[in-house]
Design a protein around this ligand. Structure first.
Ligand code: XIL
Length: 318
């Protein structure tokens, strides 16, 4: 579509999807998901995360991740893989153990070798490190950072590059979509740090969990993307959703449509922007209402499977 490599939607295993409103919803949901004319790419919203992939030391489980990987193959979609090293949805044992630097290095390497090794050749891209930055652009004080400092980021990318040389290696974060922000500056610093160390990084993923009533302009998104593209080969919008403060009304849906359109405009305009991924596509399966009470309707299909104005809005913009 219009110079993009893909337009996709993330999805989850049926057991993880929440609040399915009525039994037919799965069939209707799957029909959209399986339709190659809707989405050409997918990402597992949960299945490949540490909590699921290595819940106990050396106990690897790919059942959840495979559900989405198999769906991608079956329906001819590109697969973005998500995420190798992240402070959240981390297996509890990683956080509760007191590690020496040497031990934690070995744990990270073992995890990446096993998970990226298992999916080798299947992932168009890997989110190698996710959300390593705090809101002020400094490093987040995760167990990884506390024990190893920024070295853990280099180690993760180096290991992923060795294990799956064909996958594009991404740094992925939220709140790094606007050009002037301290967090965007932090992401630029992080990328430069890797490059200065001679460590391979191929892309920056802007999650783009945006707000209908206060969203970046297309120019903002273009400027930010071009900033990253000066350092890495590609950028992508990896977890796009646009939350609305409930109750939903036509005005807010219009703002939402404009926001989705701006992301499309920016990605089409920026040569390095390879694609856009919605963070699921069906409102009842969105993470937004659970995590941000008072917000909802952030995706493009309503509960009754009618489409938000943003759907046609994006189609027109491409
Ligand atoms: C979310 C999932 O969508 C939820 O189902 C889960 O409960 C929490 O995580 N940034 C990320 C994603 O990188 O992995 C998160 O996904 C949303 C924020």
């Amino acid at each position: 579509k219009a110079g993009l490599l893909y337009f996709g939607a993330a999805t989850d295993t049926p057991g993880q999807r929440e609040r399915a409103p009525y039994p037919q919803s799965y069939a209707q949901y799957d029909a959209i998901l399986n339709d190659p004319s809707e989405f050409g790419q997918t990402t597992p919203t949960n299945g490949q995360k540490w909590l699921f992939a290595e819940p106990q030391p050396r106990l690897f489980n790919f059942t959840e991740g495979d559900y989405v990987a198999d769906l991608a193959h079956r329906t001819g979609k590109l697969l973005r893989c998500h995420a190798l090293v992240w402070h959240s949805q981390l297996a509890p044992w990683v956080e509760t153990t007191t590690w020496t630097p040497e031990e934690l290095r070995a744990v990270i390497v073992r995890h990446i070798k096993a998970v990226a090794g298992y999916y080798k050749g299947q992932c168009y891209a890997w989110d190698v490190v996710n959300e390593a930055l705090d809101e002020d652009g400094t490093y987040r004080k995760s167990v990884f950072y506390n024990v190893l400092g920024e070295e853990y980021i280099k180690l993760a990318f180096q290991t992923a590059a060795e294990v799956d040389p064909g996958a594009k290696l991404y740094y992925n974060d939220y709140g790094i979509e606007r050009p002037g922000s301290v967090k965007t500056a932090g992401a630029v610093r992080l990328v430069k740090m890797l490059k200065d160390a001679g460590v391979r990084i191929d892309g920056v993923g802007m999650q783009a969990h945006l707000h209908a009533d206060n969203h970046p302009t297309a120019e903002d998104l273009i400027l930010t993307s071009e900033g990253y593209a000066a350092l890495v080969k590609e950028v992508a919008f990896t977890e796009l959703d646009v939350r609305i403060k409930t109750p939903v009304n036509e005005t807010k849906l219009e703002w939402q449509k404009e926001c989705y359109q701006k992301v499309v405009t920016a990605c089409v305009k920026v040569k390095a922007c390879v694609g856009i991924t919605l963070w699921d596509f069906y409102d009842p399966f969105s993470w937004v209402p659970d995590v941000f009470p008072g917000n909802g309707a952030s995706l493009v299909w309503f509960e009754d499977f009618s489409k938000h104005p943003a759907y046609d809005g994006m189609v027109e913009t491409f």
